[in-house]
Write a protein that binds this ligand. Sequence first.
Ligand code: UD1
Ligand code: MG
Length: 463
Amino acid sequence: MSMVAVILAAGLGTRMKSRLPKVLHPILGDPSLLWVLRSLPPRVSRALVVVHHGKDRVQAALAGWEAGGLLPCPVQAVDQGEPLGTGHALQACIPSLDGCGAERVLILSGDVPLLPSGRVEALLDRPAALLAMELENPGSYGRVLLGAAGTLQGIVEARDLPSGLPEQRLVNGGAYHLPWEGLRQALGRLKAANAQGEYYLTDAVTDLAASLPVEVLRGDASELAGMNSRRDQAALEALAAERINMAWMDEGVSFLDPGSARIGPRVSLASDVTVEAGVRVEGASAISAGCVLGQGCVLRDCRIGGDTVLRPYSVLEGAEIGEGCVVGPFARLREGTRMAPGSHVGNFVETKQARLGPGVKANHLSYLGDCEVGEGTNVGAGVITCNYDGFRKHRTVIGKGVFIGSDSQLVAPVTLGDGAIVGAGTTVTEDVPADALALARAPLTLKDGAAGRLRARLRSRMG
Ligand code: UD1
Ligand code: MG
């Protein structure tokens, strides 16, 4: 049996007031649409994503996720053309759904990101069903009306509610599992005779419910919340963070201030990790046991070895850090940084495409770009790899046990052999052999008593 998912993602998202398509707005660093795609259970064999507004950006995002192995099944974009409603979005999928022999269709909204896979599974276990939730303030959600048997009688959009209808707290979550043939026929009968002049999917579902029982499954309001405005987005981010942080606490992770920590849905934290206040970890990051993520640290796509300490306010992107390292405070490790076990990078150090060997120390105020640094080497304060000549990047290769004095510049391409010493303030413009001393010194002038004479002269000029 062919199970195809349709994810609605073509709308403008007017209420977001954004240049970015609504479904690409992030929750904990992952776009809403990626959350929805990743919730698809294994029995879904393919997914159609209905796009239109900002379709180039949505399609580029889909291609990136596919290349990154983030999608659970093959995904194809379908251009709806000018979006005329959620029912029109399904009409645009008719050729594709017929073409792939769909028997049943799972329909999800790209702007409902927190629906867990398990809840989608429950929907798929029923032959025809939708997810609904009870809300104190039903707001703009469609109202779900139940028939005598407790199955769906119909859905009325908020803007089309007849006046005088008693307030109705059961609302439509926008997730459906339906037989394709019946839905297809109902879509053929759709009219746009409503307050918004749109072709509503909800009208097609109401129509279908007249000929077969459609079950109404209750979901949790926190799982079915939609992202229609910036307020919704902030509320979803807080909800998702709370859900994720609680789950990690149950796995043995300490949060000093859980309300302020943001851990993304693809992040893994081992037990005895400590997350201090204001930490944000996104992407496919993995943090090993015993690590400390200091206050205000921001990480994306990083792997951190066991017992490593990230001191406060360090920013790491695409970095792989070994066991027992110390980073920061205020360090910036960019893509391609690899730190071997026991290495240290201190305050105001920036690294990019830098491989630091075991026990390397670069503790203060350095830029290390496009370089290798051998085991046990000490990089003094203010050392800069001059890796860019205005046209191309060049490599710096530093051997083991090298000592590089403070405020030295290494003009790449350049190699420093094992055991070399570079004197403080040296600009290294050629290779330094192993165990050699590289020293560049302008002669120092010393004049006894001249400081006093200089001061007197400067003071007299002040009048
Ligand atoms: C929709 C439902 C409402 C439900 C709510 C749940 C309809 C008519 N209403 O309302 O009953 O309570 O979701 O969140 O279905 N989209 C398209 N093409 C279009 C229009 C919309 O792809 O022509 C996409 C949007 O990008 C969005 C999704 O469909 O991802 C839902 O559209 P939206 O405008 O957010 O509908 P709601 O007002 O939330
Ligand atoms: Mg919506």
